[in-house]
Write a protein that binds this ligand. Structure first.
Ligand code: ADP
Ligand code: ASP
Ligand code: MG
Length: 411
């Protein structure tokens, strides 16, 4: 078998941990498998590099920021390769460009465009373990990074390009849980989750996998397993929908902090203001999440939307600049807020799930400020200081109260 193994920050967080990872790689090799390793930066290195940049300048140049952040992974890759070599396992560390990872020419959040696998294949043919820096690639000769948490995506992209039999994501929890096990002690490890549900959870704030890793795994049919680098226990398989054997209506609960809301009050109906407001925000690179428009009367509507807290002032300013053109009454801001979401493919065939969510939140005394739904998720925007209570209440209502039902019964 050809296995791609990705080790996250905590898993390579100290020299001791790097030794343990080397032992695991050596063991996998000893079982007769070919291995490509992808590593994250050690521990909180990337956060520290971000802080360093922030201590030097207010708004770091994007190219230089990528040059800086890409160094973290180079440290862990070289250390791991050294350790493997000393154990008698031929290994070689490779940066993103040495591994042939080409991305689109964007700094800070680039997508992988293609992988020239010749270097990786040549090493594998010689029996050498490539140890690749995650989170980075190259575009037009420039170093790019894939967005925070992006090493997962590096691993899946390499697995897809090499046609690997398996991509293992080693992390500091034992798999994908019904919610963040750090917030809900009774969270349960899932034996399997579908690509679509995992993608929703990842997009809605569950850090355990980078959303683009899931997207690529689904697209290329990569066999993906999330498991712990600290134990030998089975992890969670991310599989196609038709391979799911049984499920609850709600598979998992995700949350995001640092949400902020902007309300544009008293927008004249005839102005078609949605188009101008959201085009202006998009043009200036502000990511908008939940949007609600409510009709006040025949003349006016209120429009409110959420953004990441760090974009709140920018969003307010952009909208304020439109006041003379649109003629709305006023802008209101609200933060800190959070967003809690329930996700489950079983919702499609079970009406009333949203209602159950509202009841659970009401009983937990969590006010709901905004709601948004899709086929397999419901999200509520709530006050930030109630996020843990909300997640715990939803976990009790949807996970602890409901047994897993075989699919044939649920549908
Ligand atoms: P790594 O450094 O290995 O990439 P991350 O910190 O990116 O690890 O992701 C693992 C973390 O994701 C866990 O420590 C856990 O707190 C968090 N997490 C959030 N939601 C979930 C979930 N549903 N299942 C498992 N872990 C989750
Ligand atoms: N080191 C990068 C980060 O902290 C990438 C990763 O860990 O996946 O975001
Ligand atoms: Mg991660």
């Amino acid at each position: 078998m050809l296995v791609v193994q990705k080790y996250g920050g905590t898993s390579v967080g100290s020299t001791e941990r790097i030794r343990a990872v080397a032992d695991r790689v050596a063991r996998t090799r000893g079982e007769g498998h070919d291995v490509v390793v992808v590593v994250s930066a050690m521990g909180h290195t990337t956060d520290e590099l971000v802080d360093l940049a922030g201590a030097i300048v207010d708004r770091p140049d994007a190219r230089e920021m990528d040059q800086l952040l890409a160094t973290g992974e180079q440290v862990s890759a070289a250390l791991l390769a050294m350790r493997l070599i000393s154990l008698g396992v031929p290994a070689k560390s490779l940066t993103g460009w040495q591994a042939g990872i080409a991305t689109e020419p964007v700094h800070g959040n680039a997508r992988v465009a293609r992988i020239d696998t010749s270097a990786l294949k040549a090493l594998l043919a010689q029996g050498v373990v490539p140890v690749v820096t995650g989170f980075q690639g190259i575009a037009d000769g420039e170093v790019t990074t894939l967005g925070r948490g992006g090493s997962d995506t590096s691993a899946v992209a390499i697995a897809a390009a090499l046609g690997a039999d398996l991509c293992e994501i080693y992390t500091d929890v034992e798999g994908v849980y019904t919610t963040d096990p750090r917030v809900v002690k009774t969270a349960q490890k899932l034996a399997a989750i579908s690509y679509d549900e995992m993608l929703e959870l990842a997009n809605l704030g569950a850090q355990v996998l980078h959303p683009r890793a899931v997207e690529n795994a689904k697209h290329f049919g990569v066999k993906l397993v999330v498991r712990s680098s600290f134990t030998e226990r089975n992890g969670t398989e991310v599989v196609a929908e038709n391979q799911m054997e049984g499920r609850r209506v709600v598979t998992g609960i995700a949350f995001e902090r640092q949400v902020a809301r902007v309300a544009v009050v008293g927008v004249p109906v005839e102005e078609h203001a949605l188009a101008s407001i959201f085009s202006a925000l998009a043009d200036r690179g502000v990511n908008v999440d939940v949007i609600v428009q409510s009709v006040v009367d025949e003349q006016a509507v209120d429009v409110s939307f959420t953004v990441h807290e760090s974009d709140l002032d920018k969003a307010e300013q952009i909208v304020a600049e439109l006041q003379s053109k649109i003629g709305f009454k006023r802008i209101e801001k609200e933060s800190p807020l959070a967003k809690v979401s329930i996700v489950g493919a079983g919702m499609i065939s079970n009406p009333g799930v949203a209602a159950q969510m509202f009841v659970a939140l009401r009983d937990a005394k969590v006010p709901i400020h905004m709601v948004t739904t899709s086929e397999i998720k419901v999200s509520c925007v709530i006050p930030a200081d109630l996020v843990e209570e909300a997640v715990q209440a939803l976990h009790r209502a949807f996970i602890e109260a409901e047994a897993v039902t075989p699919l044939t019964h649920a549908r």
